[in-house]
Design a protein around this ligand. Sequence first.
Ligand code: SF4
Length: 182
Amino acid sequence: MFQRICMAQVTFMTLLSEPPRIGGTLVWYYAICRREVWLMSHGIEPDREDEFLRMGRLIDQNSYGRQRHAIEFGNNKFDIIREEKGTLVVGEVKKSSRSLEAAKLQLAHYLYELLKNGINARGELLFPKEKRRETIDLTDEMETRLDEVYGDIRSIALQSAPPPAKKCTYCRSCAYKDFCWS
Ligand code: SF4
């Protein structure tokens, strides 16, 4: 079951004393729904047994099995890394390309984090169910966009209450749906 926290409890939560640690998941949530950013950055975890989260984990575990999985790097966890002709390639596995822009932003964030640590890398988005892959290279525009995203995430997290729930196409498959809409 979803960990039940009523809105009254949430709205009385205090401000975060520290800025959130921005990892790929938070960047992904930012592109999907800002309310999710607030909930995640305040440690309100969605139901780990939510059917869509379980499906995502299953696809991740059963795809690209011979390559390395879940490599931690700072606040990030890369699904796959490999070397190709002297270049590091970071792979991110998604269950569908429905949220392509969010997936691109997340992967660009990984590449940017690596670049800040002196590593040039290329990204690959992998959609095993669609037998599709897409290459992502970090551009100056993406870096500028990400700097704005980090600033936005910090200001959302510092708000004393979550942004109001707004129905969107992602709500139906969101692990927070019971929390937002019941
Ligand atoms: S259910 Fe909808 S409004 Fe609520 S966090 Fe998920 S996407 Fe955002």
